[in-house]
Design a binder for this molecule. Sequence first.
Ligand code: MG
Ligand code: ZN
Length: 198
Amino acid sequence: MLREINKKKFQEYGVRVIEVRGSIGSGKTSLIESLVEVLSDKYEIGVMAGDVTTTIDAERLEKKGAKVVQINTGGECHLDANLVRKAINVLDPRKLDLIFIENVGNLICPADFPLGSQQIIVVVSVTEGPYTIVKHPMILEDADLLFINKIDLAEAMDVDPSSIERDALRINPKLKVVKGSLKEGMGVQEVLKSLNLT
Ligand code: MG
Ligand code: ZN
């Protein structure tokens, strides 16, 4: 299995790899950007960006101190282990401590294409409504952390972040859940703590 090969390679290189999944506009890039900003003093960080609408995402991340490689999926709506394998070498992984993989903005097929990362974050925004998680349970099954984003808009959206949390924990009781707002800088420290990145 390619994902196993990737996993072994990552181990061999001594690099920790975290996949970030979520819908378009949920805040995947913003989360990675916030984490890179805090961690770039301490770690050499690479980002594989599968969800790139423009070069703005890559520029944003590079400005925060990460080495970025864009993955062209050739029109596919998800990354796969083979695309990741090819991108690894471009990043020169032996020099890196940490790699974030931003998957394509989609809550369906990334669940079927494990990449070989050690950890998986799913980002969901309250602006997606109350049922995103219930409608896409598979995306959480192998996830380690759910970040519920834009909670500053919860009231306006009439969405209760705690009910999203409860639904998520019913699907995956081992999941860590952090509620926050990346625009307001809320929740980033908790994510770092939950992933033992501090
Ligand atoms: Mg993005
Ligand atoms: Zn797909």
